[in-house]
Design a protein around this ligand. Structure first.
Ligand SMILES: Cc1cc2nc3c(=O)[nH]c(=O)nc-3n(C[C@H](O)[C@H](O)[C@H](O)COP(=O)(O)OP(=O)(O)OC[C@H]3O[C@@H](n4cnc5c(N)ncnc54)[C@H](O)[C@@H]3O)c2cc1C
Length: 377
């Protein structure tokens, strides 16, 4: 495997910085990058803003893999510290896509289910922003119903042969590694017989084709696996146990601040331009934002306590996506012909928005998860 980013970073020693110190580190970095004209804050940049140099600088500050043990390249911090850093990055609309998936969910999944050797192989590469991950979960007929995946992995000498097709794979064209959910056994129950793998994207037989979105941007892809060999040691966790593992992973995917801060750069601009007549609707939005931040803190505390807060994460995503869309609905009230910057930011957020309530679990499916939990005896 040839890593995409080959520069190794030097991690700054972590002498228990305060949360304010961490916030300030991020503000210094994002402020400097903006002053140097290296990025423009924009909505949804955690998915659209791909800049390995930015991720490497962040890694050099010890701000990727923050909660992982130091022995595997992590920072040994709690989830609250990570939440604070990610809030600041999102607030600044920073280009964090190169490390976001690895830091958010692949690292934690490898920590929970990977052997010590597997952890040593994967985690430092994420924490140093050398490895870029994409998520090979969805397929043409398996999105909300993830257990319907048809991609197969069959035993081969020394490993597995993978065949199948993944779709909507964000960042696959720039990724060094893919997380892959595949069927290793066909049984009576479709939730059984699934297995998770980590696949090098430059393995022969992996092909990536672009899918352009409504805004004309290329972030998703279709990824086809044709007789792709995956060595045995790249099984994540237990063969056949992926359903439980991936459900846990989805709580990391859904329970973070990016589920309510995708449109924060637009909200910040709207605040700057708002007049007295906007006070009440803006006040309502800010109060909701405070509620969502509290929910995110609760999710972070649960993860610190070793739980996988599936329902709280679904709740956060459901309410957070509604908030993001309501920011877009509000912005035209303070847009006007004399505010081209705000109008442009509104247009950009609007074109990004159709995916908010679909990616990471469609809104109706999240409601269903929450309702089922509430009605359990
Ligand atoms: C911006 C974006 C980025 C993405 N990135 C990735 C990625 O990197 N990797 C990846 O694997 N996937 C990715 N996806 C795919 C995403 O996870 C799926 O689109 C999503 O899970 C929905 O699946 P689907 O598109 O097959 O829709 P379907 O499952 O067909 O659902 C369509 C609609 O039917 C309804 N519905 C379906 N099932 C139920 C149910 N059980 N109860 C109630 N209503 C239901 C919902 O309203 C839903 O919106 C991405 C999607 C988007 C929009």
């Amino acid at each position: 495997m040839t890593p995409q980013a080959t520069t190794r970073t030097t991690r700054i020693p972590q002498d228990e910085p305060t949360l304010d110190d961490l916030r300030q580190r991020v503000r210094d970095l994002t402020g400097r990058w903006q002053d140097e004209g290296r990025y423009e804050p924009r909505s949804d940049n955690w998915m659209r803003g791909f800049d390995p140099d930015f991720s490497r600088e962040l890694a050099g500050l010890g701000l990727i893999g923050m909660t992982w043990p130091r022995e595997v390249g992590g920072g040994g911090h709690g989830q609250l510290a990570r939440l604070v850093v990610n809030e600041e990055l999102l607030r600044a609309g920073a280009p964090v896509a190169a490390h976001w998936i690895g830091d958010r969910q692949i690292g934690p999944a490898v920590l929970r289910h990977g052997t010590p050797e597997f952890q040593r192989e994967i985690l430092p590469g994420i924490a140093e922003a050398r490895f870029v991950f994409c998520l090979g979960m969805s397929e043409p007929d398996a999105g909300s119903d993830l257990a319907a995946v048809r991609t197969t992995a069959t035993p081969a000498d020394g490993g597995w042969r993978v065949n199948g097709r993944k779709i909507w794979t964000t960042g696959a064209h720039k990724a060094t590694h893919a997380y892959l959910l595949a069927r290793t056994e066909r049984g009576e129950r479709k939730h059984e017989g699934l297995t998770e793998f980590i696949v090098d994207m430059d393995t022969p037989g992996v092909s990536v084709a672009p899918i352009v979105d409504l805004a004309g941007e290329h972030h998703f892809n279709e990824v086809v696996f044709t007789d792709v060999f995956v060595p045995a040691h790249r099984v994540l966790g237990t063969v056949g146990n992926a359903w439980r593992q991936v459900t846990e992973q989805l709580s990391f995917e859904r329970g973070g601040p990016e589920r309510f801060l995708s449109t924060y750069p637009l909200l910040a601009l709207a605040l700057r331009h708002a007049g007295p007549e906007h006070k009440a609707p803006l006040g309502r939005l800010i109060a909701r934002l405070a509620t969502l931040r509290r929910l995110a803190r609760n999710v972070a505390a649960s993860v610190d306590a070793g739980a996988a807060p599936v329902v709280d994460a679904a709740t956060l995503k459901y309410l957070g996506n509604a908030f993001e869309n309501d920011v877009i609905a509000f912005a035209p009230a303070s847009c006007g012909p004399d505010r081209p910057e705000l109008t442009a930011a509104w247009g950009q957020a609007l074109l990004a928005s159709p995916g908010f309530t679909i990616r990471g679990g469609a809104a109706d499916v999240l409601l269903s998860i929450i309702a089922k939990q509430e009605t359990r005896p």
